[in-house]
Design a protein around this ligand. Structure first.
Ligand SMILES: C[S@@+](CC[C@H](N)C(=O)[O-])C[C@H]1O[C@@H](n2cnc3c(N)ncnc32)[C@H](O)[C@@H]1O
Length: 254
């Protein structure tokens, strides 16, 4: 199945095959793709797309004339194949290389060489990571920001998808302990229902409630009337929970 993404923040439409592994193109993917286009003036040189899935974000980033190379990391073997096909079809194969990696650990020799080349020289990172089932749901993002330090140069730009329901406190501080400064929110979707039919989101929601019960900051869903509600209130039947998918910019301070 193919999916066409029209709004890439001014970088032109992209069509990707979605399928085996890597999931599809979600509202979070669309917001992050648009955000790349919106800040294209600040993206140049070498970038990493962490968890590239279909390859959509890497393809969009590679369209920026000042971007020389994008290293796209993906753990799922099926998704790696899909991403490589999409990248070739988009005419970006000369600038995007897909490395099969678990986190930042390449799973083959060629991948090791490719990542070693960008160690300390990476100018930007884009990521739409999965929600984690542990902690408050942001553990994957914390782990990836920690791992990325080895590759990013000081001053590098990071574009990270974190939905509004995590609340601004978590969004601002997610990378604070390992050298990242929140800059701004680049792009946001309309408020839309949090999709409890998606297994990954339903599991993440359980982690949110547990994090609140453990004393963490409240989550910030919204009702259709615009009231802010916590995860525990939603679990207790506060009605439909809405969220806004968002892409935020951070600076790596080194
Ligand atoms: C939410 S999807 C985003 C896909 C794509 N970047 C997009 O925005 O449409 C997250 C991706 O991260 C990948 N992923 C999950 N765990 C990973 C890991 N340990 N290392 C690398 N990639 C991982 C998944 O396979 C999936 O393709």
């Amino acid at each position: 199945m193919r999916c066409r993404v029209d709004d890439t923040g001014g970088l032109g439409p992209v069509e990707v095959e979605v399928g085996e592994g890597g999931g599809g193109v979600t509202p979070a993917s669309l917001v992050t793709a648009r955000a790349i286009g919106r800040i294209r003036g600040q993206l140049a040189g070498v970038g990493i797309d962490w968890g590239c899935g279909t390859g959509l974000l890497a393809i969009v980033a590679a369209r920026i004339p000042t971007v020389e190379r994008v290293v796209a990391l993906e753990v799922d073997a099926g998704a790696v194949e899909v991403a490589r096909r999409n990248i070739a079809r988009a005419g970006s194969a000369d600038r995007v290389v897909v490395v099969r990696a678990d986190g930042f650990v390449p799973l083959d020799e060629e991948g090791r060489r490719t990542l070693a080349e960008v160690e300390g020289y990476t100018d930007f990172l884009v990521a739409n990571p999965p929600a984690s089932r542990d902690g408050d749901g942001l553990e994957w993002r914390r782990r990836l920001l920690h791992g990325a330090r080895r590759y990013l140069r000081p001053g590098a730009t990071v574009l990270l998808q974190v939905a509004a329901h995590y609340g601004m406190e978590r969004i601002r501080t997610v990378g604070e302990r390992c050298g990242y400064r929140y800059v701004d929110t680049v792009e946001r979707s309309a408020w839309m229902p949090f999709d409890f039919d998606r297994m990954d989101l339903a599991e993440a929601f359980e982690a949110y409630v547990a994090a609140e019960v453990a004393g963490g900051p409240p989550f910030a869903f919204r009702t259709p009337e615009g009231w802010e509600v916590t995860a525990s209130e939603v679990a207790a039947g506060a009605g439909p929970a809405l969220t806004s998918w968002q892409a935020h910019r951070y600076e790596f301070l080194g």
